[in-house]
Design a binder for this molecule. Structure first.
Ligand code: C2O
Ligand code: CU
Length: 474
């Protein structure tokens, strides 16, 4: 394969050079972003006319500030709560020590209004991660509390430009304000609370983007919505996937021509702008009747290069412990319930209950291994216990009519199979999208001691019982 030299990018990309083109040593000295995160009420312009929307944001913005560090950096962030309710911040996808994981009641006391909590951890893995509250996250994330956490590889893929797209949605009434139906049991047990305004980086879709013919762009995608699942397609373009959930993978085209991105999931793409000056194309969501997310237009300027670039080289892997399947300990988690299909019976506070009978008062509609648990505060028994250093092979059995992006804290796992079919490249992920009545088989080394959340990232489902913990013995 012909290697594209750094010089080619420096020479051809001229005006669009970013810090990515700096030598690693210079870049490593740079850290971006604040030392303080302050979740607080804010205003956001989400509709072309009428009032701005009252939202909650970090440091006055939605998404919050991009936090960016070189791999291996010591991260220190002070969270100062200016919300009208308690909160915490979770560093989604980073393998941090348990006490820094930001889970109320389980790893720390909630940060009360007016109080602060100082987080500190080392950024072991490079990639695209994100941060969000873990307290009443169905409401706090829904109101706008999320941001990107980017850890730079020592040797990133050479590109002309890097962009990050944070996708989310907002449910607005005619007055442009957020509909105050957070916590509705119909969302907890159904498809989640789906918004009516699509947003990209906190501004209404469809956004405009101008590119140069021949440009190579790295795109970091995050789905920060509480419930919406995207199926993202690029008209007339074939981007390469280079990482899922921050973990590098052999570069390959979009399986099936579109990218499924459930809540909490990230994907890094390399997009080669192969169109001609003056052309345009859409990036759209195939699940939402082809709703346009971004309208991309080629500038009239001459191409930055005319020959096609070879496929990108893979990004170096992160230091993840490789599961040894010959010694794997097998476990399973069975998911039942929801407001479609047969009513579930589950253990609530240790007693078997028919969930549909207690639903409106308890708001629990899902079970994991027969138990339905309230958010954090009243969690009692861990779902599973692992010996430290064990390879765990985990089978997820979704006996519900709904899709569930299942997220594990403190670890990344390999996805071995979906619906009993082996998955190509066995990608590393922290969130896996299980289809309705589907299965997923995962493997990981339980090397990070502590009690870790395992929950659906449709945050209304998590609040409705689809939340539990795994303990990795110290
Ligand atoms: Cu992104 Cu338990 O969370
Ligand atoms: Cu779910």
């Amino acid at each position: 394969m012909t290697k594209t030299t750094r010089r080619e990018f420096l020479r051809t990309a001229g005006a669009t050079l970013t810090m990515l083109a700096l030598p690693p040593a210079v870049r490593a000295a740079q850290e971006q972003g604040p030392k303080v995160l302050r979740p607080a009420p804010a205003q956001l312009k989400l509709r072309p006319s009428g009032a701005a929307t009252g939202v909650w944001g970090f440091n006055g913005s939605v998404p919050g500030p991009v936090l960016r560090y070189p791999q291996g950096a010591d991260v220190a962030l002070s969270v100062q709560n200016a919300l009208p309710q308690a909160t915490t911040v979770h560093w989604h996808g980073l393998r941090v020590p348990n006490a820094m994981d930001g889970v109320p009641q389980v790893t720390q006391a909630p940060i009360e209004p007016g109080a602060r909590f100082d987080y500190a951890f080392k950024a072991e893995d490079a990639g695209t991660f994100w941060y969000h509250p873990h307290q009443a996250s169905f409401e706090q994330v829904g109101r706008g509390l999320y941001g990107l956490l980017i850890i730079d590889e020592p040797k990133p893929i050479e590109v002309d430009r890097e962009l990050a797209w944070v996708l989310s949605d907002f449910k607005l009434g005619r007055d442009n304000q957020q509909v105050n139906d957070f916590g509705d049991v119909a969302h907890f047990g159904g498809g989640g609370r789906i918004g009516n305004v699509l947003a990209l980086n906190g501004r209404p879709a469809a956004r405009r983007l101008e590119v140069r013919s021949g440009e190579r762009i790295r795109l970091r995608l995050l789905n920060a919505s509480t419930a919406r699942i995207f199926l993202i397609a690029f008209e007339n373009h074939q981007p390469y996937v280079v990482s899922y959930d921050g973990q590098p993978i052999e570069p390959h085209g979009l399986p099936g021509g579109a990218l499924a991105l459930g809540p909490g999931m990230r994907t890094d793409l390399i997009l080669d702008c192969t169109g001609a000056p003056g052309e345009s194309f859409s990036v759209l969501d195939r699940r939402d009747k082809g709703a346009e997310l971004v309208r991309v237009t080629y500038s009239k300027k001459p191409p930055v290069r005319t020959r096609r670039l070879p496929p990108p080289e893979p990004i170096a892997p992160n230091p993840l412990p490789e599961p040894d399947l010959s010694k794997a300990v097998d476990h399973f988690v069975l998911f039942e319930g929801g407001l479609l299909g047969k009513p579930a019976i589950g253990l609530v506070d240790g007693k078997p209950r028919k969930l549909h009978e207690i639903m409106s008062e308890q708001k629990l509609t899902w079970t994991m291994n027969y138990s339905a648990q309230h958010e954090h505060a009243q969690m009692h028994e861990p779902l599973l216990r692992f010996g430290r250093g064990e390879t765990i092979r985990l089978k997820l059995i979704n006996d519900t009519e709904f899709e569930h992006p299942m997220h594990l804290h403190g670890h990344s796992f390999r996805v071995l199979a979906l619906n009993d079919r082996p998955v190509r490249y066995r990608p590393w992920r922290d969130t896996v999208l299980m289809g309705p009545r589907g299965t997923a088989e995962l493997a990981f080394v339980a090397d990070n001691p502590g009690e870790w959340m395992f929950h659906c990232h449709i945050l209304e489902h998590a609040a409705g019982g689809m939340m539990g913990t795994f303990v990795v013995e110290g």
